[in-house]
Design a protein. Structure first.
Length: 695
C-alpha cells in the first residue's frame, strides 16, 4: 500500500478511533523514525510507522487498522479506569498505606502510578502490566469483533518470528521475554525452560490464562502484575541460568489469582547494567507503550501523554535504599566513584574529572520522579533519543522565625497587588457574553419571540427559548514560569551608592553584610509576586526552577505546581531555595512543556526567565569533551520551537544585560523575547505582566 494511499486514509482512521474509543478527535500521523513510534502516543496524537519493518503476514492496510483498533481498545475495555478501591489487599502487598482515600498522591499521579511507585523495579513492573493488559484487551477485542481474529493471529505469528533467541538471555530478561511471547498467544505450557525460571513461567502462564476470561478487568491485570513482579524479583540478574530444563506444563490449580499480604523479600543483589535488562524486551510493533500515557494521568481525568518524554517514578517513600540503576555511581568494573558534592549556600565551582564522569550512550531511568528526553544534535540534524534525564523534586520548605520571602514581598507590593485584585473583581461583573434563545434571561430575544408567535398562530408548539441572557466569561489561562537556578544566580546585583558609584558585593559575602541582593533573591521576589498576583486573577500558575550537573542530572524544582492551590506550605518553599549548578535549558523546557500541555486551557503560556546562555558539563556533540555553545544554543532553540509548535505561547525573558545576544540566538521566529535593562526590574515586570493578562 503506497504512502499516498495511507495518508488519504488518515482522516477516516481518526474518525474510527474516536468512534471506538469515545475520545475526542485524535490526530494520526505516520513517522519515519522508529524511536518516535517507541516513545508512545500523545493525548492528541497517535504515531504509526511510515514503513513496516518486517514481514507482517497480512496486507498493510489491515495491519494499520489492527494497530489502530488495538489502541482504541484500551479506552473501550477500561485500561485507564483502574481505581485502588477495587483492589482489596494490594496496599498491604506493596507496602503502602492502607488508607486509600487519605493517601498522599502527587499531582498527575494515577492510582496505577501509586501502585507502581511502591514496587522495587518500577520499569519492570510497568512492562509486565503492559504485556498482561495487552493480552486482556486483545482477548476482549476478538470476542466482541470476531473479524479481527484472523488478522491478529497472523500479526502475532509474524511478531514471534522476529523475537530474539531465548538461549542468549540472562534470567530476568528471559522471564520477561516469556511473558511477551505468551501474550502473543505462544504456547508457553509446551516450552522447556531452565529450572530456575519454571516457577516464574508457571505464574506467567496462569496470569495469561486468567486474564483471557470474558469478565477479566484491569484490576485483574494489576493483581497479576504485582504477583509476577514479585516472582521475577526472586530471579538472579546475572548472565547465568540453570543447566537443567523443565517443561512448564498447563497452568496449575495451585497458582490462583489474588495476593497474599507478604513481607517484602530482599532483592537479589544486582551488578552493573544488567539490572534493567529485564525491561529491554522489544515491544511488539503493532502495540503501543502504555507507560508513556498512564504515567502522567490524574486519577480523575483522562490518560495524558507527551510525544517527547518517558516518565518513570522510582520506589515509594519508606522503602529500603536500593542500589542505583545508573552507571554514574559505579563503574562497569564495580569500583566506587566519587560522588558529586552538594552545592553550598551560593557555591560556584568547577566539576573536574574526579567528580564528574559523563555517561555513555542512552540513559536509563534513575530513582525518584525521573523523565527521559531527547536532545537535538544540530551537527547530525537528528535527535539523540533518551539523552537527558530530568529529575523532578518538590522544593523543601523552610520554617523561619520571622516573615518569609512571600509575606515580605506581599507587604512591599501591596499597592500593586490590591489594584490587580480590584481589576480581577471588576472582570467578574464586566466580562459577560450575550447568549440568545435561552429559556431564562434578562431581555426578550425579539427574533425568537416572533418565531414563537408565528408557530403559535400556525398551530405549532412554540419554543420556550425566547430570552437573551448575559453569562460571565470564564477565564481560561494557564501559565508556567521557569526560572534559572544555576550557580550564576548567586552573583550580587551591582549597587549604586549615594555618590553615584557602582559597587558589586562579592557573592560569598553574606547578604546581611552587603546591601545588594543576589540574582536569586530577585528571582524569588518575582516568584512570590507571581503567586500573589495569580491568586488574585484566579488563573492557573506553575512556578518551577531548573539547573543541571550533566545530562544525567537535570534538576526540575517545583515551587508551585499547576494543580496546587496557594497555601503556606507552597510559599514556604521560596525560603529554602539555593543556587545549584549549570544551565542545561533544553530538557527543562521540554519538561515544562509537557506539564503545561496536560492542562485544559484555551490560553497556555510558557515563560523562561534566564540569562539566555545555555551551558553544562557535557552539552556538546557526541565525542566532544568540552561544552559546545553552538550545540547548546541549537538544542535550546529547538526545545523552545517544540513548545511553540505544540500550541503554547512561549516567551524568553532575558535578565542579564551582558548576555543579550544569547537570548536572541535561542529564540526562533515563533518564540518571543524581552530583554530587561536590569535584573532589578524583574519583580515589577511580573506585576505588569499579570496586569496585562487582565486587560
Amino acid at each position: 500500500m503506497s504512502t499516498r494511499s495511507l495518508e488519504q486514509m488518515l482522516p477516516t482512521w481518526e474518525w474510527v478511533f474516536s468512534a471506538l474509543s469515545g475520545e475526542p478527535a485524535t490526530r494520526i500521523s505516520l513517522v519515519e523514525n522508529e524511536d518516535q513510534v517507541a516513545v508512545g502516543d500523545a493525548k492528541d496524537r497517535i504515531r504509526l510507522p511510515h514503513e513496516l519493518p518486517y514481514e507482517i503476514g497480512i496486507p498493510a492496510f489491515d495491519w494499520y487498522r489492527l494497530a489502530l483498533v488495538h489502541r482504541a481498545a484500551h479506552y473501550e475495555f477500561g485500561t485507564f479506569s483502574f481505581h485502588l478501591a477495587s483492589l482489596d489487599g494490594v496496599l498491604d502487598v506493596v507496602g503502602a498505606d492502607d488508607d486509600v482515600d487519605g493517601r498522599e498522591q502527587h499531582e498527575g499521579e494515577s492510582d496505577l502510578e501509586y501502585v507502581l511507585a511502591h514496587l522495587s523495579e518500577r520499569r519492570v513492573a510497568e512492562r509486565i502490566f503492559t504485556d498482561l493488559e495487552d493480552l486482556r484487551i486483545e482477548r476482549a477485542l476478538t470476542r466482541l469483533y470476531g473479524g479481527f481474529r484472523e488478522h491478529l493471529d497472523a500479526v502475532q505469528h509474524a511478531e514471534l518470528q522476529e523475537r530474539e533467541e531465548l538461549e542468549s538471555m540472562p534470567p530476568r530478561r528471559m522471564a520477561m521475554e516469556l511473558l511477551c511471547r505468551r501474550s502473543l498467544n505462544w504456547d508457553l505450557a509446551a516450552a522447556r525452560v531452565p529450572a530456575d525460571l519454571a516457577p516464574m513461567a508457571r505464574t506467567v502462564d496462569a496470569a495469561c490464562a486468567d486474564l483471557a476470561r470474558y469478565d477479566a478487568t484491569v484490576t485483574d491485570s494489576v493483581l497479576w502484575m504485582v504477583r509476577s513482579h514479585r516472582a521475577l524479583m526472586r530471579l538472579p540478574s546475572l548472565s547465568k541460568v540453570s543447566t537443567s530444563f523443565e517443561t512448564v506444563g498447563p497452568p496449575s490449580a495451585a497458582v490462583q489469582p489474588g495476593l497474599d499480604p507478604l513481607a517484602w523479600e530482599p532483592r537479589v543483589q544486582l551488578e552493573g547494567q544488567e539490572v534493567l535488562e529485564a525491561s529491554e524486551v522489544l515491544l511488539p510493533r503493532y502495540r503501543d507503550g502504555l507507560g508513556f500515557r498512564h504515567s502522567a494521568q490524574t486519577t480523575t481525568g483522562r490518560m495524558e501523554s507527551a510525544s517527547i518524554f518517558r516518565f518513570i517514578p522510582g520506589s515509594g517513600d519508606g522503602r529500603p535504599d536500593e542500589p542505583s540503576v545508573e552507571l554514574t555511581a559505579r563503574g562497569e568494573s564495580g569500583e566506587e566513584r566519587p560522588q558529586l558534592p552538594e552545592p553550598g549556600e551560593h557555591e560556584h565551582y568547577e566539576l573536574v574529572d574526579h567528580h564528574y564522569h559523563p555517561p555513555v550512550g542512552r540513559l536509563r531511568f534513575g530513582g525518584g520522579r525521573s523523565f527521559l528526553y531527547p536532545e537535538w544534535d544540530h551537527t547530525r540534524r537528528e535527535y539523540r533519543a533518551g539523552w537527558c534525564r530530568v529529575r523532578e523534586r518538590m522544593a523543601a520548605t523552610e520554617d523561619r522565625n520571622g516573615d518569609g520571602i512571600y509575606r515580605h514581598v506581599v507587604r512591599q507590593y501591596q499597592g500593586e497587588l490590591s489594584r490587580l485584585r480590584k481589576r480581577a473583581e471588576r472582570l467578574v461583573h464586566q466580562g459577560r457574553k450575550t447568549v440568545r434563545r435561552t429559556k431564562w434571561g434578562d431581555d426578550v430575544d425579539l427574533d425568537a419571540a416572533v418565531e414563537a408567535a408565528t408557530d403559535l398562530i400556525a398551530g405549532l408548539p412554540p419554543s420556550p427559548n425566547v430570552h437573551i441572557s448575559r453569562e460571565p466569561i470564564e477565564r481560561d489561562v494557564a501559565l508556567v514560569v521557569l526560572f534559572d537556578l544555576s550557580s550564576s544566580t548567586a552573583e550580587r546585583v551591582p549597587m549604586t551608592g549615594p555618590d553615584g558609584t557602582v559597587e558589586v558585593v562579592p557573592s560569598d559575602v553574606p547578604l546581611a553584610m552587603g546591601s545588594s541582593k543576589r540574582i536569586l533573591d530577585i528571582e524569588l521576589e518575582s516568584m512570590a509576586l507571581l503567586m500573589a498576583a495569580f491568586a488574585a486573577t484566579g488563573d492557573q500558575l506553575g512556578v518551577y526552577g531548573f539547573s543541571s550537573s550533566g545530562r544525567g542530572d537535570v534538576q526540575f524544582v517545583v515551587l508551585k505546581d499547576l494543580a496546587e492551590r496557594l497555601a503556606s506550605r507552597v510559599t514556604r518553599r521560596l525560603d529554602g531555595i539555593k543556587p545549584i549548578h549549570s544551565t542545561r535549558i533544553g530538557p527543562a523546557v521540554r519538561h515544562a512543556t509537557r506539564k503545561l500541555q496536560k492542562v485544559e486551557a484555551s490560553t497556555r503560556l510558557l515563560f523562561l526567565v534566564c540569562d539566555g546562555r545555555p551551558y553544562d558539563l557535557d552539552y556538546a556533540p557526541d565525542g566532544e569533551e568540552l561544552p559546545d555553545i553552538a550545540y547548546a544554543i541549537a538544542d535550546t532553540r529547538r526545545a523552545l520551537d517544540e513548545a511553540a509548535e505544540g500550541g503554547l505561547h512561549v516567551k524568553v525573558l532575558g535578565i542579564d544585560h551582558n548576555e543579550q545576544h544569547f537570548v536572541r540566538e535561542i529564540c526562533g521566529p515563533r518564540v518571543g523575547h524581552e530583554l530587561l535593562p536590569s535584573v532589578e526590574l524583574l519583580p515589577q515586570r511580573m506585576v505588569s505582566f499579570s496586569r496585562d493578562l487582565l486587560y
